[in-house]
Ligand binder design. Structure first.
Ligand SMILES: [Zn+2]
Length: 196
């Protein structure tokens, strides 16, 4: 099913905050007014509700790789989902792994999204195999990070490998590389991680 694309889509973070009840009155009204006349965003907003309500089950099921927000993570943590977080910021190789008990592994991806109309994040193994592509993620003005969530069950199937994360932005008709990050994935461990 296709519809008229939206020229000013609602940022994903706003969709989530809408359902999490964390928007201010003005932002809340702006979204309701917008979806009243925009079918594309009305569908996004409806999907957002399913995501926010169902994400814990989806994460445990091993299907999730998605953009999330701190509001979603707080909600998941309150529901007992165990979240491991890695921050990708600056240069250097970030060590990562999955430990027993982890449900969700989140990379907090920092970059300057100031001019971006939308952002695409591609995650590849050293072999070149693409394990995730999140395309055309809408960003808020001033947004400084995107949280990319993987189900731990899915990551447990990966061997120890180097992983690259490339972050690009669409600015008008241009596609620009914003950042390239490298993770050293140590694999999956049967024991809980000590001291974290
Ligand atoms: Zn719209």
């Amino acid at each position: 099913m296709t519809g008229t694309p939206c020229s000013a889509p609602i940022a994903f973070a706003d969709v989530v905050d809408y359902w999490a009840g964390e928007l201010t009155g003005a932002d809340h009204d702006r979204i309701e007014e917008h979806v009243f006349s925009c079918d594309a965003c009305a569908r996004e907003l409806a999907d957002g509700e399913k995501l926010v309500r169902g994400i814990g089950a989806v994460a445990r099921d091993g299907r999730l790789h998605s953009v999330v927000t701190d509001a979603i993570l707080n909600r998941l943590a309150a529901d007992g989902v165990r979240i491991r977080m890695f921050t990708l910021d600056g240069s250097g190789v970030v060590p990562c792994a999955v430990w027993a008990g982890d449900d969700l592994v989140v990379s907090r991806i920092r970059a300057d999204f100031a001019d971006a109309d939308s952002v695409t994040i591609v995650t590849r193994l050293a072999s070149g195999e693409e394990i995730s592509r999140l395309a055309d993620i809408p960003v808020r003005p001033g947004q400084r990070e995107i949280l990319n969530a993987f189900s731990a069950a899915r990551l447990r199937t990966l061997p120890a490998t180097r992983v690259s994360v490339s972050v690009s932005a669409r600015v008008g008709s241009d596609e620009r590389m914003l950042a390239e990050y490298t993770l050293e994935h140590g694999g999956s461990f049967d024991r809980p991680s000590g001291g974290r």
